[in-house]
Ligand binder design. Structure first.
Ligand code: E4P
Length: 220
């Protein structure tokens, strides 16, 4: 499973990229607004920091303008994945950008039928938002299971399932159990994956016992 981070905070991305666990980045207009920075500057900077796909979302809603925006974004760096919304115009734009050879991430997917459309439109990635489904008392993880089951029936679907709107580490674990290709998560969720109280307690006990020996590995 690949790990993407879902943020436009370049300090966070730089910090997490150093762990070796960041395979890509996703942004959206809300995250760009939160950064308070110019969109294209942020995308260029992230693309320099991370080798893998960096999703940058179009903001027009009509096909012609989306396509112009998408082509502009795709030219920023070789690893830009143009993000388009799951709308008729978005999918038409997805097909055109995919025909150009660009990576496209179809975002705001909330049903298996929408995921089929994204694959048929040539998307490199489809982003089902599981947290937002959970928020309205629908089973977000069941959507992931359904999409994976459908995609497995068709070898020609080259679309990767990019699990989005992740809220906590168990979302990542459950998505991995289902075989999802990618999980995009906020920085705090990636950091939480390291944590277990027994790891902390065990390490503290080992270090206390080691201290009693008075030894040093480097001085031995
Ligand atoms: C993914 O591409 C989206 O940016 C993101 O996962 C949305 O998450 P949210 O529902 O927490 O805003």
């Amino acid at each position: 499973m690949k790990f993407f981070v879902d943020t436009a905070d370049t300090d966070e991305i730089r910090d997490l990229a150093a762990t070796g666990f960041v395979d890509g980045v996703t942004t959206n207009p809300s995250l760009i607004a939160k950064s308070g920075r110019k969109f294209l500057d942020v995308v260029r900077e992230i693309c320099d920091m991370v080798d893998g796909p960096v999703s940058a979302e179009v903001t027009a809603t009509d096909h012609e303008t989306m396509l112009s925006e998408g082509r502009k974004l795709a030219q920023l760096a070789r690893n830009v994945a143009v993000k388009v919304p799951m709308t008729p115009d978005g999918l038409k734009t997805c097909r055109a950008l995919a025909d150009d050879g660009a990576m496209v991430n179809v975002t705001l997917c909330f049903s298996p039928g929408q995921a089929i459309l994204a694959a048929k439109a040539g998307a490199s990635f489809v982003s089902p938002f599981i947290g937002r489904l959970d928020d309205i008392s629908r089973d977000g993880m069941q959507l992931i299971a359904d999409i994976i089951a459908i995609y497995r029936q068709y070898d020609r679907f080259g679309t990767e399932v990019l699990v989005a709107s992740i809220r906590h580490p168990m979302h990542v674990v459950e998505a991995a159990k289902l075989g999802a290709h990618i999980a995009t998560m906020p920085p705090n969720v990636l950091r939480q994956l390291y944590k277990h109280p027994l790891t902390d307690a065990g390490l503290a006990a080992f270090l206390a016992d080691w201290e009693k020996t008075g030894q040093s590995i480097l001085d031995s």
